[in-house]
Design a protein. Structure first.
Length: 273
């Protein structure tokens, strides 16, 4: 799919000076950065996280897009310009620590801003707040496989911090293919095939350890949305039997299926809160 296609054009339009940003509640100190994907698919979980963080001093939330989608859909320069806009705004409000919810955002911010400002993933942050008695998080108790997204595949830093919350029946999936979200617009058929492979792999792995209903835990909202869309395409097959759970939803005690049919509306609502 080329930039001339309507979905690509709409995505570029939305992500350039991101149309659904919300900086009204952002302030100096620690800034939690949900990105654009998490508000799209998990509005209830985002609201629960906001409620949990609100009483904690020097912690706030800024909703924006890091611009990474523009690198593939428009140009690397477009991504760099968008990232610079966001980093500039973080600097102006006095952000001292950045807490991204998305591994893709984390990789985007790992350049100049990441070298001058500490960056901590949300699971390391939640563990610290939990141990200090400032927030309550549930454990991952439902048996299932944790799918490692592409940005965390090499170092597995997010996975290491997340493992603090693992229950005894939670294990890491051996599946190492991309979920397909990265090339959804450019290669739609290959994207569906990739997501189906992930779901089928998880279904087998859960069966091998005697888990009843197969569950895949994800910690990338883009993975969650892609896997949920494809899961619904293959109802009655092994791929369609897998339940998709975002780790953050489980930790916040929120039962929420990825909201694949209301993503634009969810982003718009996040922008006006």
């Amino acid at each position: 799919m080329t930039l001339g296609s309507l979905p690509a054009k709409l995505t570029v339009f939305e992500k350039t000076n991101y149309r659904f940003k919300n900086w009204r509640h952002a302030k100096s100190g620690t800034v939690v950065f949900p990105g654009c994907g998490f508000p799209s698919f998990f509005p209830k979980t985002l609201a629960a996280l906001e409620d949990a963080l609100r009483p904690i001093p020097d912690v706030s939330i800024a909703i924006d897009c890091c611009g990474l989608p523009l690198a593939g859909l428009k140009s690397p320069d477009a991504f760099t310009a968008e990232l610079a806009r966001v980093e500039g705004r973080l600097a102006r409000i006095g952000a001292q620590k950045l807490v991204p919810l998305c591994p893709n955002c984390a990789s985007a911010f790992s350049g100049t801003f990441g070298r001058s400002n500490p960056q901590v993933n949300v699971y390391a942050c939640l563990r610290d707040l939990s141990e200090r008695g400032l927030i309550e998080c549930a454990q991952l108790t439902v048996p299932g496989a944790v799918f490692v997204p592409c940005p965390d595949r090499a170092k597995r830093e997010w996975l290491g911090d997340l493992s603090y919350f693992f229950g005894p029946s939670v294990f890491v999936s051996h599946c190492s293919v991309c979920c397909g979200a990265a090339f959804e617009l450019s290669q739609p058929e290959a994207s569906v095939a990739a997501a189906k492979r992930v779901l089928e792999s998880v279904a087998r792995e859960c069966a091998d350890v005697g888990a009843g209903d197969p569950v895949v835990y994800v910690y990338c909202a883009s993975c969650a949305g892609k896997l949920e869309r494809v899961r619904r395409m293959f109802s009655g097959e092994p791929a369609g039997s897998v339940r998709v759970i975002h780790v953050l939803s489980a930790l916040m005690g929120v039962e929420e299926t990825p909201a694949i049919s209301t993503t634009v509306l969810n982003r718009a609502k996040a922008a006006i809160r």
